[in-house]
Write a protein that binds this ligand. Structure first.
Ligand code: ADP
Length: 321
């Protein structure tokens, strides 16, 4: 009997998850494996909801955002008995290796599931937050950066016309990877990230200094994890001479057609993930380190916090004079 690999997409969706499903399926079939996809994240393992994936039924999805397997956050999987049920589902379906496409939370789920199951677990990092330890970049990050940059470029036009300051809130959950890169790319006057707390007075001082330098408009990019953007906008309106507006980019960042880079990472990560399973290696994750596709310990990835390089913030500050 040919070996079987399973695929699950879990946690927040990210553009490029479909490209990863396609690549795992096609690489798997190229290597003579059967492939099944579990639906709606870990819930599919609790309810044994899965479908056969073939090279043909994953056609036409490389350019689509979202995930054809659907995804969700599944608190029940973390409850007592959750991972045991998941392990039983893997056993019933004779799944030899499971490719878990998701963020750090999904990796923790894979780690716990791996403790209850003989199935080899391999994590493929996919999240717009780029906060997975062990990889310089996750699938979907580049797309989300580009989506936010395109939107903020438009906001900049109206900011200049009306001589206003816009606080633009971007996603990233508790981390500032997305905000930092977006802020750099839109030439933000200030970038607010949880890793670098700033007082409202200091933000106002920067904007007042800018006004004195002749900057009559401005863009402040704020990570959602920085704090209450609405309150900040109100405070800045009171404390500065600027008209201040808040714009929340929101869920548009999670959707849309993946960029070429997100598709490329998805395809290359997927190939390495299937290769690991064929080599009999589990409890692993794949990623990008210094430009090379690599693999590393799943537990290390799931239990460590990725460090954000604050030197980038210094560069952004120099560019915002
Ligand atoms: P992401 O993968 O995008 O970081 P979450 O942090 O929401 O998303 O995690 C996705 C899912 O992974 C959770 O809803 C839960 O089902 C599962 N999970 C997270 N941590 C654990 C854990 N310690 N044990 C079992 N399942 C977990």
């Amino acid at each position: 009997m040919a070996k079987t690999i399973g695929i699950v997409t879990s946690g927040g969706d990210a553009p490029g998850m479909n490209a990863a499903i396609r690549a795992v399926t096609r690489v798997g079939h190229s290597m003579g494996l059967q492939v099944v996809g579990f639906e709606r994240g870990w819930d599919g393992l609790l309810s044994n909801c899965c479908k056969k994936l073939t090279p043909r039924n994953v056609g036409g999805i490389i350019q689509l955002g979202g995930t054809m397997l659907h995804t969700l956050r599944c608190p029940a999987f973390e409850q007592p008995g959750g991972t045991e049920t998941g392990a039983e589902t893997l056993r019933i379906n004779d799944v030899d290796g499971l490719v878990v496409i998701g963020g750090d939370g999904s990796f923790r789920g894979a780690l716990e599931l791996g403790k209850k199951s003989d199935t080899l677990m391999v994590g493929v990092p996919a999240t717009i937050d780029n906060d997975v330890y062990g990889t310089d970049e996750t699938i979907g990050f580049d797309t989300a950066v580009n989506t936010a940059v395109n939107i903020i470029d438009k906001i900049r036009d109206t900011a200049i016309s009306h001589e206003r300051v816009f606080i633009v809130e971007v996603m990233g959950r508790k981390r500032g990877f997305l905000a930092l890169e977006v802020g750099m790319c839109v030439g933000a006057e200030v970038i607010l990230i949880p890793e670098n707390p700033m007082r409202t007075e200091d933000i106002c001082t920067i904007m007042d200094d800018n006004a004195r330098k002749g900057k009559r408009a401005g863009i402040i990019v704020a990570a959602e994890g920085f704090g209450d953007s609405s309150k900040l906008a109100q405070e800045m309106q009171r404390q500065t001479e600027f008209e201040v507006r808040l714009s929340i980019v929101g869920y548009a960042q999670r959707g849309g057609s993946p960029t070429a880079r997100s598709r490329l990472l998805a395809s290359l990560f997927a190939e390495r993930a299937v290769e690991l399973i064929c080599e009999g290696k589990g409890n692993m994750a794949v990623g990008l380190q210094k430009g090379a596709i690599t693999s590393f310990d799943l537990e290390k990835s799931a239990t460590n916090k990725k460090v954000l390089d604050l030197r980038l913030l210094k560069v952004a500050e120099m560019l915002a004079i």
